[in-house]
Design a protein around this ligand. Sequence first.
Ligand SMILES: [Zn+2]
Length: 109
Amino acid sequence: MKELFRERDSTIVGYYQSVLESEGIPTFIRNQNAVTMMGTEIPIPEFFPALCVVNDDDYDSAVAVIKERRNAENDAASAEEWTCENCNEANPGNFDICWSCETSQKPAE
Ligand SMILES: [Zn+2]
C-alpha cells in the first residue's frame, strides 16, 4: 500500500478515490474518520484523510490519472468566459456550447 496524497478536505479525497476506482485501481482512504471522530477540525496533516493505492504496482498509473484530472480541472477553471454570438449570453469557459441556445463556441482567434 502506498500513499498518493493527503488532503484536509475529505470530499476531495473521496472524489479522487472514485476517479481511480472507475479506472480500475483499488484504493483505500486512511484516516477517513479521524477528523470527525475527534469532533473538531484538527489542522495537523498527520490526521488528514490520505488516499492510498492498495497495490504498489498501481502507484504510477494512479499518479498519472490524478495529474491528468487535476490538469483538466485547472484548464477548466482558467478558461475564460465567452459570450454567445447568437444570443449574447455569457458562458463559463469550460462550456463548449451555449447553455441558453446550444450554439457552439467559436474557436478563440
Ligand atoms: Zn446562445
